[in-house]
Design a protein around this ligand. Structure first.
Ligand code: SAH
Length: 457
């Protein structure tokens, strides 16, 4: 049978071997950048060295290459047009040294693929020289998929191989250990050994819970790490506030459990959620506990972490874009601003005590920006209470419903106007921003006509 590839991808050993670059310009520099990812020893030959090679561990010969220079070399790159370059081509061919001539595919014995490097893990992308731009695009996508630490995990796996073989005899159980190991970011040697001991003890290994911030609700406001872990999770336990499109970023065959607090629906109590994630992890599952925004902000993360700790279950936390930051971005509002706002407070409007409100009123009065969560239904009441505690009626306020989402809607005005309770909000979660800095945002699309009450300094 005939294949379709004209080249064969392979990993060529260059450790300690000489890699010859003919040329001293930018094309040579590009090749040096590429081969400097290896432990080969780089030699650059050219009578004129135009580019700055100082960042690389390479030997520079400011002269034309001569045939003896090639003896014993592993690879030759020709990156200039000169008599010496022609000579290098002839000699390399005569000595059987693989040759690459920059931008002349017909003269090349090999092409250099685009590389995603997580040493020792390497992904090489080749279009056989036909479409380097496509290769770079694919490369960017793969870069995003592979955690920066994943190569270290590969080394760890390599280093543990003998130990694994002596401790786990069943092939399938061994594979489960390796799968478990390579899907845990930031694992160090000690943690890997502990994991191995756990696998050796019960054959299945222990689960893990990732508390993941989903951001405000758009898929592209997930972090790369969140996306990666969602792809690895066996179960995704999410809140009602996380839109389906974000949950769908997870592995297709992952089980999905909504523990959401939707009005009128049965919802799980916090104790039930704690028990659920502990049980799933004890079954050896990788659990993505997906929360809106940042998991540590009004996300009941404290209770869940305490339950996981008490049960001795591994966990990791992945931050997310909290709603207030999305609201600030949607409305171009600098929540801290030189000479206007020296700080930023995230607080809950729901269930706030009078003492809290007195405190925030003072902070807002002194210039800090407040961002109040869970306050839409009680916006007018909250504004009234802030006024009662001494906040100025002309203090700018801005409210963003569905922040960070395509359908976000903003409202702008003053604390005094908000207290009158005349605003008819669209459906969705909202953040209320209060403070002088709010007037420096761009609220031109805001629904309330009160926007013109802003006095921007
Ligand atoms: N952990 C979340 C907050 C959860 S509490 C975070 O960091 O954003 C729920 C409250 O968050 C809602 O009542 C609302 O005030 C706010 N919220 C969540 N998503 C929002 C969004 N897309 N737009 C505006 N507010 C949002």
């Amino acid at each position: 049978m005939m294949g379709n590839l004209n080249t064969f991808p392979l990993s060529f050993k260059v450790k300690g071997k000489r890699i010859i670059i003919v040329g001293g310009g930018d094309e040579a520099l590009n090749k040096v950048r590429l081969v400097s990812k290896t432990t080969g020893s780089i030699e650059i030959y050219s009578p004129v060295i135009e580019s700055d090679f100082s960042a690389f561990d390479a030997q520079i010969f400011t002269r034309a290459l001569t045939p003896p220079d090639l003896i014993g070399a592993a690879l030759v790159f020709v990156a200039e047009e000169s008599d010496a370059a022609e000579l290098a081509k002839v000699e390399a061919r005569r000595l059987g040294i693989p040759l690459n001539v920059v931008d002349v595919p017909g003269e090349c014995d090999f092409y250099t693929p685009s590389i995603v490097e997580r040493a020792p893990l390497t992904v090489a992308i080749s279009t056989e020289g036909d479409a380097p731009v496509l290769a770079r695009l694919v490369r960017a996508q793969i870069e995003a998929l592979l955690a920066p630490g994943i190569g270290k995990i590969a080394s760890l796996a390599g280093g543990l191989r003998q130990k694994v073989e002596s401790l786990i005899h069943d092939g399938a159980a061994r594979r489960r250990f390796y799968e478990d190991l390579v899907t845990r970011p930031e694992m160090d040697r000690q943690a890997a050994e502990n994991l191995l001991a756990a696998h050796a003890a019960d054959g299945s290994g222990q689960g893990i819970v990732w508390l993941i911030g989903a951001g405000p609700g758009s898929e592209d406001l997930l972090t790369l790490r969140a996306q990666r872990l969602l792809q690895q999770a066996d179960v995704i336990v999410h809140d009602q506030l996380v839109p389906a499109a974000v949950v769908e970023m997870g592995r297709r065959d992952a089980e999905q459990i909504c523990v959401g607090k939707a009005r009128g629906h049965h919802s799980f109590s916090q104790a039930q959620i704690n028990a659920l994630i502990v049980r799933l992890a004890k079954e050896g599952k990788k659990v993505a506990r997906l929360k809106s925004g940042d998991p540590m902000v009004f996300g009941r993360a404290g209770e869940e972490i305490a339950a996981l700790r008490a049960a001795g279950i591994d966990y990791d936390i992945v931050p997310g874009v909290s709603a207030a930051f999305a609201a600030a971005a949607d409305t171009a509002t600098p929540i801290t601003l030189r000479q206007v706002s020296t700080g930023f407070v995230i607080a809950t409007a729901h269930g706030a005590e009078d003492a809290d409100l007195a405190h925030w009123a003072a902070l807002a009065q002194s210039g800090l920006t407040l961002s109040l969560y869970m306050g839409k239904a009680i916006a007018a009441e909250t504004a009234g209470r802030l006024l009662a505690h001494g906040a100025a009626a002309d203090l700018p306020i801005g409210i963003v419903v569905n922040a960070g989402r395509a359908d976000h809607q903003s409202y702008a005005g003053t604390l005094g106007a908000l207290a009158l309770g005349a605003v008819d909000f669209v459906d969705g979660p909202a953040v209320i921003l209060v403070g002088r800095a709010v007037a420096h945002g761009d609220w031109t699309d805001a629904a309330s006509a009160a926007a013109d009450q802003f006095k921007v300094a």
